[in-house]
Design a protein around this ligand. Structure first.
Ligand code: 4NP
Length: 163
């Protein structure tokens, strides 16, 4: 891993549906771009509800259908994460508010923003809707949004770094 690696953490509520999906998509895009030694990808949840669990089987199934492998283990986002990442990306505004209230956010010098703000086709301030209590379409929609947002994020990082 090169020293100037960019470190990205996607954060949702449970860390079993949305952020593991964004994580898996981003890892695939980074690999395709030949940047695996320069971009570190992780995910976490603002809650501890599902700590230790792998991705929700519904998220894993739709991801597998498009060739992505979701490898996350749910963990809670902690203050120390603000020192480990350059980009902390919230999947919705509630996740963003919860992290903005954490002590570590005050001295954070990186980027704490909504994930969909990196998708040029999403309106500003848009949430990635929580699919957990809904039907299968919600999981497919999350995957669509993750593909768009991760491509936009990778384009942004490449432009920022001059890669
Ligand atoms: P996620 O989805 O935040 O995208 O992982 C959820 C998972 C679990 C719960 C809510 C949302 N829950 O309430 O247990």
């Amino acid at each position: 891993m090169s020293e100037d690696a960019v470190r990205v953490c996607f954060v949702c509520l449970g860390n079993i549906c949305r952020s593991p999906t964004a994580d898996g998509v981003m890892v695939a895009l980074v690999e395709q771009a030949g940047l695996s030694d320069r971009v570190v990808v992780d995910s976490a949840g603002t809650s501890a509800y599902h700590v230790g669990e792998g991705a929700d089987r519904r998220s894993a199934a739709v991801a597998r259908g498009r060739g992505y492998h979701l490898t996350s283990r749910s963990r809670q986002f902690v203050d120390a994460d603000f020192q480990r990442f350059d980009y902390v990306l919230a999947m919705d505004r509630s996740n963003l508010r919860n992290m903005q209230r954490m002590a570590g956010a005050r001295s954070f010098s990186g980027t704490l923003r909504l994930f969909r703000d990196f998708d040029p086709h999403s309106p500003p301030g848009a949430d990635t809707p929580d699919p957990y209590y809904g039907g299968p379409k919600g999981f497919d929609d999350v995957l669509d949004l993750c593909e768009r947002g991760c491509q936009g994020l990778l384009d942004h990082i490449k432009a920022e770094r001059g890669w």
